[in-house]
Design a protein around this ligand. Structure first.
Ligand code: HEC
Length: 233
């Protein structure tokens, strides 16, 4: 393509522009700025947005250190009274001395029935020879000693009390009655009745290893136990 006519056209156009602009008057000065317009109206409040998603669970933290010891608590209220105790055995000496308890050494050391029986045999020996001699005071005294012996016997062996006293009370009373009346016949009759009582009991009552005491038969004595006791009034 031949560029010459195009360049010619553009050149002509530019000459025309230069002619036209060179012909215009000087430029006017810029006018003052217009006043600011009024403020716009306030917009409406926007709607609340949707809740966010729940976050992931946190990891477990390290154990805390133990806290310091707390202050001491206040004392508790007084508890209720306890039950009454059982009576002690140590305090009442009279009770200890009055009731057989062979687990206590003093009671265990005391003789039971057998030693008292030998005393009965002695008293019935002395009593017989006193009666034969007409010594009624001695008969009275030995009968009294039979009663005392049974008293001592039933303290250490209370289980024997009824049997022993049912024999001794009437026997002692009858012998003392004969002594009071100084009646040798009555005395011998009551003496024999008494020793029948000894044997009647021995037939039924046992002692130690024996089921009954019939091995010990009581009879009138044939010789005084004590040659140094003079029973002649
Ligand atoms: C109520 C029953 C009873 C009467 C009454 C009785 N006795 Fe006994 N006698 C016994 C018993 C029980 C024994 C055994 C005692 C024992 O084992 O500790 C015994 C034992 C004896 C013994 C043996 C004692 C010894 O240690 O060897 C003589 C002795 C004895 N009597 C004499 C008499 C005479 C004497 C009389 C009457 C004046 C008498 N007795 C009345 C129950 C009686």
């Amino acid at each position: 393509m031949n560029k010459k006519p195009l360049i010619l056209v553009v050149s002509l156009f530019m000459v025309l522009v230069l002619v036209l602009t060179g012909c215009a008057g000087p430029a006017g000065t810029t006018g003052p700025a217009g006043a600011q317009g009024p403020a716009g109206e306030k917009g409406t409040t926007g709607a609340q947005g949707p809740a966010g998603d729940r976050g992931p669970a946190g990891t477990t933290g390290p154990a805390g250190v133990q806290g310091p010891v707390g202050p001491a608590g206040t004392a508790g209220a007084t508890g209720p009274a306890g039950p009454a105790g059982t009576a002690g055995t140590g305090g009442n000496v009279t009770a200890l001395f009055s009731t057989v308890n062979t687990s206590l050494p003093l009671w265990a050391a005391l003789g039971g029935t057998a030693p008292r029986m030998l005393e009965l045999a002695e008293h019935f020996n002395i009593m017989w020879f006193a009666g034969q001699a007409g010594n009624w005071d001695a008969v009275m005294f030995e009968a009294y000693r039979v009663d005392e012996t049974v008293k001592a016997n039933v303290i250490v062996r209370p289980a024997r009390k009824e049997a022993l006293e049912s024999w001794s009370k009437p026997a002692v009373a009858a012998i003392q009655q004969a002594a009071t009346s100084k009646n040798i016949t009555a005395f011998v009759a009551e003496y024999d009745r008494a020793i029948l009582g000894c044997n009647a009991c021995h037939m039924t009552m046992g002692g130690g290893p024996l089921g009954n005491m019939s091995a010990h038969k009581i009879i009138r004595p044939t010789s005084p136990l004590y040659s140094n006791i003079n029973l002649n009034p």
